[in-house]
Write a protein that binds this ligand. Structure first.
Ligand code: GLA
Length: 386
C-alpha cells in the first residue's frame, strides 16, 4: 500500500470520515555543493521519491493534533500557547507554527495522520520533509500564498531556533522547491534557483542517482558541524567579507600562505566546492555525465582531505562505487561524519552496481549497506483534496 493510501486509511479509521486534504514533502540527496550553504554559496540537491505524507482536516479552534504512524504516538499542541516539551518529532511541527506566527501569519488548527519513508538519521533530511509538509498543511488550512523560498526560510528558522539544530538552508529549500525530473541549483544567498536535468549517458541511455547508506551515523547536533561553521566564519573574517562565497579562487591563492593550515584547508574546500557546483550545473545542462561524475569525485577528495568530514566507511563506500563499471562518479553527501554517499550510474548498469557495491562494502567493513535508487521528485505539494 502506498503511504498516501496508508495515511488516508488511518485518518478514516481515526476520524470516521475522509481527510479534506493530503500533503506531501520529500527528503533530499545533494549531488554536489557540501557545506557551502551556510557560506552563502551554491548547492545542487534533488528532492527524492521518499518523503512525509500527511492526511488532515482543519479544526475550528487553535489545536493541532497529529498522529504519527511511524512513532505510534499522537501529539497535541495549541497555537496560542506553544511550549517546548521534551525533544521529539512534535517539536518540528511546533517550530513551524512558531516561525510562521512570529512572522505574522494567522494560523488555524488542524488534525491529521502522518507517515514517512525517508530513513531517519541517515542524512536524507527526514526532518526537512516533516517541516515542509507541516508548512504545507498550515498554508492550506490557514489559506495563505505558498512561496517556496519563504517557507524554506521559516522552516530553517524553526530548526535553528525552536529545535536547536544549526543547519543551513539547503535541505528546507529543496524540500520546498524541488521539481520532478530535475536537480536544483540553489544560490544560498539570494535563494535564486535553476532547474537542471540529470544528464544522459553517452550512448543515450539514462543515468540514475543511487544513494549508498554506510549505516554509520553521527548526528548534526554534534559539535563537528558547528565547529566547521565557525572555522568558515573565521576564514571569511580573515578576508574581511561576510561569507566565503565572496572570496574568489585567485584571492584565496594570493593569501593561502598567510592562513594557518587548518583555516586554509577549510576555506579551500568551500571556495573550490562552489566552483565545482557551478561547473556541475553547467555539465548537466550540457548533458555531460562524465564531467559531472568527475566533479563529484573531486568533491569527495576535497571533503576527505581539506574539509575532513568523511569517515572510514564513507571513503570505502565511495572508492568501491567509483571502481564499478557504469559509475560516472561518487562522493559522500550531506553533513558528513557518517551517513550516505551518492553515485551517478548508467541506468542499465544499476542492478549490477547495487549488488557489487553491497557485496564489496560488506566484505570490507562487515556492515550491510542500505542502497536506494532515487527519482528526482517534486517539492512540498498538495496531492489530494476533497
Ligand atoms: C546538513 C545541513 C545542510 C548542509 C549540509 C552540508 O545537511 O542540514 O544545511 O549544511 O549538512 O552540505
Amino acid at each position: 500500500m502506498s503511504l498516501q493510501a496508508k495515511v488516508v486509511n488511518a485518518f478514516q479509521d481515526k476520524f470516521g470520515t475522509a481527510p479534506s486534504l493530503v500533503v506531501q514533502a520529500p527528503g533530499r540527496v545533494n549531488l554536489i555543493g557540501e557545506h557551502t550553504d551556510y557560506n552563502d554559496g551554491f548547492v545542487l540537491p534533488m528532492a527524492i521519491d521518499r518523503g512525509l505524507w500527511l492526511a488532515l482536516r482543519p479544526r475550528e479552534d487553535d489545536q493541532v493534533s497529529v498522529h504519527s504512524l511511524d512513532f505510534g504516538q499522537t501529539a497535541v499542541f495549541h497555537l496560542n500557547n506553544l511550549q517546548h516539551t521534551k525533544s521529539g518529532w512534535v517539536e518540528y511541527l511546533k517550530g513551524i507554527a512558531w516561525a510562521l506566527q512570529e512572522n505574522g501569519y494567522a494560523l488555524r488548527g488542524w488534525e491529521g495522520v502522518m507517515a514517512g519513508n525517508v530513513p531517519k538519521g541517515a542524512g536524507l533530511s527526514s526532518s526537512a520533509a516533516l517541516e515542509l509538509a507541516t508548512a504545507r498543511a498550515f498554508q492550506q488550512v490557514s489559506d495563505f500564498t505558498w512561496n517556496a523560498a519563504q517557507m524554506a526560510r521559516f522552516s530553517q528558522l524553526a530548526e535553528n531556533k525552536w529545535v536547536g539544530v544549526n543547519c543551513g538552508i539547503m535541505d528546507q529549500m529543496i524540500s520546498a522547491a524541488g521539481q520532478a525530473g530535475h536537480a536544483l541549483l540553489i544560490d544560498c544567498r539570494s535563494l535564486d534557483t535553476q532547474l537542471v536535468p540529470l544528464p544522459p549517458a553517452l550512448d543515450g541511455s539514462g543515468t540514475a542517482v543511487v544513494i549508498l547508506d554506510t549505516t554509520t551515523r553521527r548526528g548534526l547536533v554534534d559539535s563537528a558541524y558547528n565547529e566547521r561553521r565557525q572555522q568558515c566564519e573565521a576564514a571569511a573574517a580573515y578576508f574581511g567579507v561576510p561569507a566565503l562565497r565572496d572570496v574568489s579562487i585567485s584571492q584565496f591563492l594570493a593569501e593561502a600562505d598567510n592562513l594557518d593550515p587548518l583555516t586554509r584547508r577549510r576555506a579551500k574546500h568551500v571556495i573550490t566546492e562552489n566552483l565545482r557546483t557551478l561547473n556541475a550545473a553547467k555539465a548537466m545542462q550540457n548533458a555531460d555525465a562524465a564531467l559531472l561524475g568527475q566533479l563529484m569525485n573531486e568533491s569527495h577528495i576535497s571533503m576527505r582531505d581539506d574539509f575532513e568530514i568523511t569517515n572510514h566507511e564513507l571513503n570505502v563506500m565511495v572508492s568501491i562505487a567509483q571502481a564499478q563499471d557504469g559509475c560516472f562518479g561518487a562522493r559522500m553527501t550531506g553533513g558528513g561524519f557518517g551517513g550516505c554517499a551518492v553515485a551517478l550510474v548508467h541506468e542499465e548498469k544499476v542492478a549490477g552496481f547495487v549488488t557489487a557495491v553491497s557485496d564489496q562494502y560488506h566484505d570490507q567493513t562487515g556492515l550491510g549497506p542500505k542502497i536506494y535508487v532515487c527519482q528526482p521528485s517534486d517539492g512540498a505539494s498538495v496531492i489530494a483534496q476533497n
